[in-house]
Design a protein. Structure first.
Length: 258
């Protein structure tokens, strides 16, 4: 049971961060690329950028987040993108009491048709592989972090996505060996994530995390660089109910191609 309390909060934070970002931007603030036929320039976008709440000609992004009251316990997500906007690298780690613990480290390559090939998680000692399945619009439908031989892994999971009509994630379902978490997303009129609700269930245990987002800063490209996340956690552990409130601070450093 102890593993659940260590692992589920991290999964819920990742689930909340795996949503989309702002849909609107001023053309004067955005990166742009020439269209194929050389006509008007448009804001560069790609499904993998939307997957990580980004837009514009992003080269890399580093996200740092921590819970108020524990500012020294920092979680970091680092990502880089290929020139076509597809995901190239993903890495995640935590710094607890000054000690760095890496949880994900993956380098992706694509085949001649642009399909993302399975890649080894270099942070895992279990032989974990990451594989991505896409639909015809190149949107990520599943992100699997499991052993290729199908053997049980405590750290294994699969993320399943649905997308809205505007091309942004609408829901996320995370399935682990003995647990399931489903996240639904809500947006404001500007297309920014304002609320997510994550429900989790396993044997004799249920929880609901409701997260509310307030934006504090954005860059000249219209990508957010700082926000506050209010978290309401409700648990039912074998009939013992508890409610907790917390605040998370999230900051991003984004590098653009020139």
């Amino acid at each position: 049971m102890e593993l659940r309390y260590l692992f589920l909060p991290a999964v819920l934070a990742v689930a909340a961060l795996a949503s989309c970002g702002s849909r609107n931007a001023s053309s004067s603030d955005s990166d742009s690329l020439k269209s194929v036929d050389g006509e008007d320039e448009e804001l560069f976008s790609a499904p993998d950028l939307a997957w990580k709440e980004l837009k514009g000609n992003v080269e890399s992004c580093v996200l740092e987040y921590y819970t108020m009251g524990s500012p020294r316990d920092v979680n970091v997500d680092s990502m880089a993108f290929a020139p076509d906007g597809s995901i190239a690298t993903l890495a995640s780690w935590s710094v607890w009491s000054g000690k760095k613990v890496k949880s994900l480290d993956v380098d992706f390559i694509a085949d001649a048709d642009g399909n993302t090939l399975p890649a080894a998680d270099k942070a895992s000692e279990e032989g974990i592989m990451v594989s991505i399945e896409r639909d015809a619009q190149r949107r990520i439908m599943s992100f699997s972090h499991n052993r290729p031989d199908g053997e049980y892994s405590e750290s294994g999971y699969t993320e399943y996505y649905t997308w809205d009509e505007s091309g942004y994630p609408a829901s996320l379902e995370l399935v682990g060996a003995e647990w399931t978490t489903r996240v639904m997303y809500e947006y404001d009129d500007a297309g920014r994530l304002v609320r997510s609700v994550a429900t989790s269930a396993e044997y004799d245990y249920e929880s609901t995390d409701t997260q509310t987002y307030v934006y504090k800063a954005e860059d000249s490209h219209g990508n957010w660089t700082e926000r506050e996340v209010s978290v309401l956690s409700e648990e039912d552990d074998e009939g013992r109910k508890a409610t907790r409130r917390s605040m998370r601070i999230e900051r991003r450093r984004i590098r653009y191609r020139r």
